[in-house]
Design a protein around this ligand. Structure first.
Ligand code: SF4
Length: 389
């Protein structure tokens, strides 16, 4: 899902760093320079890819039963960047995990907003790219996670969509993004925000409801193993109608954000090709079903694209839909990508659009464009990485 994040700003060289805090080098727990550590593949065998109930397979048959629980605590409740920091685990186990704690390497790390925003481009062992962004606010720390490497849905304004689909992410690869952010925040706390991820939004690369079985497992792990509240999790979709209904039927009171971007089928089918399969009427019916089942207000996301969807007529049509759904509308200026000529709406056009919605009786928020020093919209780091710039 692109552009449902607070949007980023031109790169500031002073704030961008290529780094690898996951540090693929062997931990030096004992034995000095003569210690031999097997050059394990960087992502194979990450404990995050193992069911928490089967961590005994990771710790080994010779270890006492409580060892799996200790590892589980480190992975989900108190994650650390390096296995060497798992101080109550034996040195051999820490060494064994040193190369393969995370199911990815950090290919690039950017920060902005004087350290309140961090974005990572992770690379898995099979070469898939994953992006995550953490954003600190006064009362919450929100992480935007990816659910797929790439995306098949080809929304015209989205950097991820322009690259096509690589593969679904596993539940462990999704949860590891949260764990990694928590481990990072433990070492680098944000100045004026909670020191852990308090909210997760599935608005990074990919359509989460197109990978629902694994997203569902990831949600279960975030709630059950990490202790997060379902109400702090938001699943975003461009309109996978069966997925919305399945999410509604699942027990957790998570939030649903529907990325609408257009309020008539003709325009929406141009921007979001999936609309040809699931038109607005079906999306609205599914969103309404979600609201009835969960009693939770749906939000409608709207990327503001200059001269495309920022006209008064679209605002009026959107107001009708939002009123019927009793939905909140979030407006976000497009984050331009190098592969598209679309531009963000002007601040004046966004202001007029928001005013028209309010005049139509709709609650609306214009998302602030903080953090624009970095490529924070989904797919942008990946675009830049592929172009070698
Ligand atoms: S192409 Fe995929 S990732 Fe991009 S906005 Fe559309 S659904 Fe979201």
């Amino acid at each position: 899902m692109q552009n449902r994040l607070p949007t980023p700003i031109p790169t500031s060289p002073g704030l961008t760093s290529k780094t690898n805090p996951a540090d693929p080098r062997p931990d030096r727990l004992s034995g000095g320079p003569n210690v031999q550590v097997a050059p394990a593949a960087r992502s194979e065998g990450s404990p995050y890819l193992v069911d928490p109930d089967r961590l005994d397979q990771v710790v080994g048959a010779d270890e006492p039963p409580y060892r799996s629980n200790q590892l589980q605590e480190w992975l989900y409740r108190h994650p650390v960047l390096h296995a060497r920091e798992m101080t109550n685990l034996p040195g051999g186990l820490r060494r064994a995990l040193s190369h393969r704690l995370w199911p990815f390497e950090v290919e690039e790390h950017q920060s902005a907003d004087r350290g309140a925003t961090h974005k990572w481009l992770f690379r898995t062992g099979d070469g898939a790219a994953i992006e995550s962004v953490v954003m600190g606010y006064r009362t919450r720390t929100t992480l935007c996670v990816s659910s797929q490497a790439g995306c098949a849905l080809a929304c015209t304004f989205c950097a991820t969509g322009q690259f096509g689909f690589e593969r679904h992410l596993q539940a462990g690869e999704i949860v590891a993004q949260v764990a990694y952010a928590n481990a990072f925040l433990r070492e680098h706390p944000l100045r004026s925000s909670p020191p852990r991820v308090t909210n997760v939004v599935f608005m990074g690369m990919g359509e989460p409801l197109a990978n629902y079985p694994r997203v569902r497992s990831a949600i279960g792990l975030m709630i059950g193993e990490m202790g997060m509240s379902a109400r702090s999790l938001t699943v975003s979709t461009v309109g996978v109608v069966p997925g919305i209904r399945r999410l509604a039927d699942d027990p957790w009171p998570v939030n649903l954000a529907v990325s609408l971007h257009a309020a008539d089928d003709e325009l929406r089918s141009l921007l979001v090709p999936l609309n040809r399969r699931y038109p607005l009427s079906e999306i609205e019916a599914a969103a309404s079903y979600f609201f009835e089942k969960k009693g939770r207000r749906v939000s409608l996301e709207w990327t503001m694209i200059r001269g495309v969807n920022d006209h008064r007529s679209q605002a009026d049509r959107l107001a009708v839909i939002a009123r019927r759904l009793r939905a909140h509308v979030n407006l976000i200026a497009l984050n331009p990508t190098p592969l598209s000529s679309d531009m963000p709406s002007t601040p004046q056009a966004i202001g007029r659009f928001a005013a028209a919605l309010r005049h139509g009786g709709v609650n609306v928020t214009v998302r602030s464009t903080r953090g624009t020093e970095i490529d924070a919209a989904c797919g942008q780091l990946r675009v830049r990485s592929s172009r070698g710039s």
